[in-house]
Design a protein around this ligand. Structure first.
Ligand code: CAA
Ligand code: FAD
Length: 380
């Protein structure tokens, strides 16, 4: 067993850490307050090659492994969870299914545009009546000559409105439940494809979450991803890896909150000594650090399994479950360490606490992760 990062992984970690500190952290609170997405940050990530971390160089990527990918999401989320999820959704939800299931032509076009950061990606699975229960989706896609006609709506779409390329799931056979779902690549600007409500949220407020509306939207047959009826498998296998990206986001949020809490506990004095010298505070910090380390091991392990071509679905559900719950507990405790100051916007820990909550909800709620893990255990 080897727990050491490679030289390449360490170099990427340093590049992203420096970038996050210099270019992302300074505006994180302000973007959160104003609910403002900043495309310039995404463009700068593209310049660093982060928009194509795991894809081969022939498709515009930098050919790194999935451990490098989770390290990047962790480092970004350590200062700004919204920026973390922008990149996570772009890479693991929009680009991955094109890399895995796209035709050579689709990869040359869409994957390359996404990997170089010329275009931003999104993944549209959820609907008003179909969140956890994916196969009850109602958006339809009817074949008509050389195109499909899409009708329906998608909700909660991360990067919605600002993304250029959307991986969209719709039913080509309404009666066939999960076997009737098909995946498509739909470009922004396609006639009949518009954006609805933008959500006002508790956390990750500078990551736009938007409704997508399809009204007789014509999508070329050439934009179908995989075969008709393969959509559920494409959606699920995409989430198998995507969930580890959210684990990395949760890990980064928790680490950022712990860093702030340790610094504060060393500086803040009450009863004539730093509060860190009270066992009540230092035990809290010790528990937080231990849970974070366990989250990191699970997250890096799931990424390593994917890089090695080994099964990683269960490991990824476990990392998301554990890291998400850890982020929630750790950020609540970080606010506690700060006392009243932690409850204000003068310090970042209240933002970390608001941001942590989403990691227990999206890419499958943590109840769904338990369901996935439980089903896999009984199948094994
Ligand atoms: N890989 C391959 N095949 C899979 C699979 C996987 N991971 N999971 C299920 N399947 C297969 C099953 O083997 C089964 O195959 P057969 O047809 O041969 O029987 C078929 O798919 C149906 O599987 P289930 O019976 O398990 O399906 P289900 O309807 O009970 O649903 C579920 C399973 C796990 C609950 C699924 O619906 C699910 O993951 N729900 C949560 C949705 C979710 O995570 N949404 C995230 C949206 S994206 C997001 O949120 C973005 C963001 O954060 C930024
Ligand atoms: P429901 O499915 O209605 O669940 C409600 C509650 O019931 C939850 O606690 C759930 O755990 C529980 N529950 C449901 N079924 C079961 C069960 N069988 N056993 C035990 N408990 C159960 N979706 C996308 O497609 N693309 C995106 O980019 C995207 N980004 C998102 C960004 C944000 C900020 C948010 C809030 C959501 C996003 N989502 C996205 C949607 C997200 O994946 C769903 O919200 C999530 O899967 C839960 O679905 P739901 O909200 O409909 O809750």
């Amino acid at each position: 067993m080897n727990f050491k990062l490679t030289d390449e992984q360490k170099m990427l970690q340093k590049v992203v850490r420096d970038f996050a500190k210099k270019e992302v952290e300074p505006t994180a609170a302000e973007r959160d307050e104003e609910e403002r997405f900043d495309r310039a940050i995404f463009d700068k990530m593209a310049e660093l090659g982060l928009t194509g971390i795991p894809w081969p160089e022939e498709y515009g990527g930098i050919g790194a492994d999935y451990v490098s990918y989770v390290i990047a999401i962790e480092e970004l989320s350590r200062v700004c969870a919204s920026t973390g999820v922008t990149l996570s959704a772009h890479l693991s939800l929009a680009s991955w299914p094109i890399f895995k299931y796209g035709s050579e032509e689709q990869k040359q076009t869409f994957l390359t545009q996404l990997a170089t950061g010329e275009k931003l990606g999104a993944y549209a699975l959820s609907e008003p009546g179909a969140g956890s229960d994916v196969s009850s989706m109602r958006t339809t896609a009817k074949l008509d000559g050389d195109h499909y006609v899409l009708n329906g709506s998608k909700v909660w779409i991360t990067n919605g409105g600002v993304a250029d390329v959307y991986v969209v799931f719709a039913k080509t056979d309404q009666d066939a439940k999960h076997k009737g779902i098909t995946a498509f690549v739909v470009e922004k600007g396609t006639e009949g494809f518009t954006f609805g409500k933008k959500e006002k949220k508790l956390g990750i407020r500078s990551s736009p979450t938007t409704e997508l509306i399809f009204e007789n939207c014509k999508v070329p047959v050439a934009n179908r991803l995989g075969e008709e009826g393969e959509g559920f498998k494409i959606a699920m296998t995409t989430l198998d890896g995507g969930r580890n990206g959210i684990a990395a986001q949760a890990l980064g949020i928790a680490q950022g909150a712990l860093d702030a809490a340790v610094d504060y506990a060393k500086e803040r004095e009450q009863f004539g000594k730093p509060i860190a010298q009270n066992q009540g505070i230092s035990f809290k910090l010790a528990d937080m650090a231990t849970e974070i380390e366990a989250s990191r091991l699970l997250t890096y392990q799931a990424a390593w399994l994917e890089s090695e071509g080994l099964p990683y679905g269960k490991a990824s559900a476990m990392s998301k479950l554990f890291a998400g719950d850890t982020a929630m507990r750790v950020t609540v405790e970080a606010v506690q360490v700060f006392g009243g100051y932690g409850y204000t916007k003068d310090y970042p820990v209240e933002r970390y606490m608001r941001d942590a909550k989403i990691t227990q909800i999206y890419e499958g709620t943590n109840e769904i992760q338990r369901l996935v893990i439980g089903r896999m255990l009984t199948k094994e």
